[in-house]
Ligand binder design. Structure first.
Ligand SMILES: *[C@@H]1O[C@H](CO)[C@@H](O)[C@H](O)[C@H]1NC(C)=O
Ligand SMILES: *[C@@H]1O[C@H](CO)[C@@H](O)[C@H](O)[C@H]1NC(C)=O
Ligand SMILES: *[C@@H]1O[C@H](CO)[C@@H](O)[C@H](O)[C@H]1NC(C)=O
Ligand SMILES: *[C@@H]1O[C@H](CO)[C@@H](O)[C@H](O)[C@H]1NC(C)=O
Ligand SMILES: *[C@@H]1O[C@H](CO)[C@@H](O)[C@H](O)[C@H]1NC(C)=O
Length: 547
């Protein structure tokens, strides 16, 4: 009887708890921007030096998201050569107007390091009338006003406004902090400014004084401005302002900051901010924003996309999550179980669109054969600020094993192919097949790069059998282990490193990306004729994600 009662109570509690899990899009997915088109939601995130640029996610319910393509998938749209780590495509805005979807973003192709030169670029937008088809996105249209975190706002009188972020101290606004917000009306056909650029808003918050990530909208005849303030680290906040004019002056929401988990720096979720707003067809409001998981004190997954319910007060202000901190479990919608494993057998193609290269490839370096994915190495290695022959996938879970069967017959110690856990061309770690430099016998090589100078440590494993070898990377909250498994034997872990080196800052510049798993082959400065074949890749969650 007791058991029956217990089961009854369990059933009640399970069926009455309606909750969804954050992050809604795990792994490196910062600066989300969202639209609803009838019953479909589309969401774009930043992609930095990874190609194709600006992933487009689709969902019917705000919870279950799939990548349907990318806004920038042709060299005529995005030709990244030598782009610095955490340069490339910055925060996008996605907007829908008269059956057309626009994506505006900023391409930083000159950004420190190593030459300490950062140039503030002009933003560009592309548009499509069929978001399901990658090739339908237009070539870029450049705007006149410079600045990053661009926003497009289509007013109900047909006018279109561009809002961007840039330093304004030297432009007659000495008390505007590092970055402030400016607006200009533009011609959407040409991108040309139709009015002079006008100063719109500076942050009144300090530490650091930054106002970025603007999104303009209109509700009941009033203009609203959302901003991301105090930088993208633990002090990150979302703010809201309103005005009777699109140019301001702006009155602050009395509930500001609308998002700020950093009041308590021990919070397991931090850096909440860079928010965009969406309304369901039923009239409910939700916000998407970036945040980091801080359970280990680090965030090797980068900035991920989170969701929270929001409400409008009777006097016309937005309140997010009733003013409460953002948590992993949030009220409403439904709980989608994360898959515990995933596998790609490379049967004639990739199973999904979540594969990336670093920077724009010169040309194709792979094909699909009966045996799997064949990668032909090129002259670049993963150290180069270039496009090595490598495919990357975002690390989405903290505790996961990534594996592949790799066949490779190197004929020089320069030749190498295998698996990597990769943040940038500075910080990345490999387990691969090569020739030992002294014996010229086939061997496994493990390479880690740790410490503030990304110091290389190399370990060789000799006496490996001929044929395919299963290579493994085990991710855990605090460590990564690199190893291999021989047929019917337990894994051998050759080396490990602290996860913190996969969230490392690049000297002289911030890290804006997250860790990626990858498959690579290289000839290391000389072309290589022998391809490497990857029979499959698979990820398996190790256990639950609790810390
Ligand atoms: C860049 O700046 C750093 C720190 O200020 C300095 O050490 C370095 O020499 C500079 N590099 C160049 C190429 O100017
Ligand atoms: C801060 O957050 C931690 C972790 O969630 C919690 O244990 C602690 O009680 C919080 N402190 C305050 C003052 O709310
Ligand atoms: C807040 O919005 C949610 C939907 O997002 C709705 O279910 C709820 O009733 C609203 N709460 C208030 C107090 O209006
Ligand atoms: C992150 O989490 C760690 C471990 O729980 C905690 O010590 C630290 O205060 C948190 N905040 C930061 C900024 O690391
Ligand atoms: C190759 O041999 C040299 C000379 O004996 C030795 O110093 C070096 O460590 C060896 N390299 C490896 C990778 O074993």
């Amino acid at each position: 009887m007791k058991l029956v009662l217990l089961l009854f109570l369990l059933t009640i509690s399970v069926s009455t708890v309606i909750a969804f899990q954050n992050p809604i899009i795990p792994g490196f997915n910062p600066d989300p921007s969202i639209i609803r088109v009838n019953d479909d939601y589309f969401l774009a995130t930043s992609s930095f030096e990874y190609f194709p640029g600006i992933p487009i996610y689709h969902s019917k319910d705000l919870i279950d998201w799939e990548v349907i393509g990318h806004a920038l998938s042709r060299p005529s749209q995005l030709h990244m050569r030598g782009t610095a780590p955490s340069g490339g495509m910055f925060a996008p805005t996605l907007r829908y107007h008269e059956n057309r979807i626009y994506m505006i973003s900023t391409w930083f192709d000159i950004i420190s390091p190593p030459d300490n030169t950062t140039r503030m670029p002009r933003s560009m937008y592309v548009y499509t009338d069929n978001i399901w088809d990658d090739s339908s996105w237009s070539d870029p249209i450049y705007v006149d006003q410079y600045g990053m975190d661009p926003d497009l706002f289509f007013d109900d009188d047909g006018k279109v406004y561009l809002t961007t972020t840039f330093g304004s101290e030297g432009l007659g606004y000495p008390d505007s902090g590092y970055f402030a917000i400016w607006t200009t009306e533009i011609d959407i056909e040409t991108g040309d400014s139709l009015t002079e650029s006008k100063f719109s808003h500076a942050s009144s918050l300090t530490n650091p004084r930054l106002s970025e990530g603007a999104h303009l909208s209109k509700r009941d005849g009033t203009y609203y401005l959302i901003t991301a303030e105090s930088g993208t680290d633990d002090g990150h906040k979302a703010m809201q302002f309103r005005s009777s004019s699109v140019w301001g002056p702006w009155e602050g929401n009395p509930h500001n900051p609308l998002l700020f988990n950093g009041r308590n720096r021990s919070n397991p979720i931090l850096a909440t901010g860079h928010m965009d707003l969406v309304e369901t067809s039923a009239g409910d409001s939700y916000v998407v924003f970036l945040a980091t998981r801080n359970g280990t004190g680090f965030n090797q997954l980068g900035r991920e996309t989170f969701l929270a319910p929001a409400n409008w007060t009777d006097d016309g202000w937005l309140v997010v999550n009733n003013g409460q901190d953002i948590t992993f479990e949030m009220p409403g919608l439904y709980d989608l179980a994360r898959p515990t494993s995933w596998r790609d057998d490379f049967e004639g193609g990739f199973t999904d669109k979540r594969w990336y290269t670093t920077r724009t490839p010169y040309k194709k370096f792979h094909k699909f054969t009966e045996e799997g994915l064949e990668i032909r190495g090129n002259v670049y290695t993963l150290d180069d600020r270039e496009t090595p022959a490598a495919f990357f996938r975002k690390q989405e879970d903290l505790s996961v094993i990534w594996s592949s069967d790799v066949s490779f017959d190197p004929t020089s110690p320069r030749h190498e192919a295998g698996l990597t856990i990769f943040l940038s061309n500075w910080y990345h770690n490999e387990i691969g097949i090569t020739l030992h430099p002294n014996t010229t016998q086939r061997a496994l090589v493990a390479k880690t790069r740790t410490g503030p100078e990304a110091t290389l440590t190399t370990t060789y494993t000799e006496d490996i059998p001929d044929g395919a070898i299963t290579l493994l990377i085990k991710a855990e909250p605090k460590t990564y282990s690199l190893g291999y498994a021989l047929e019917n034997q337990e894994p051998v872990w050759v080396t490990s490193l602290e996860s913190r080196w996969l969230q490392a800052f690049v000297t002289g510049w911030q890290n804006f990306v997250g860790a990626h798993f990858g498959l690579y082959a290289t000839g290391n400065q000389l072309p290589i004729l022998q391809p490497a074949t990857f029979a499959f890749v698979q990820t398996e969650l190790i256990n639950d994600e609790s810390w």
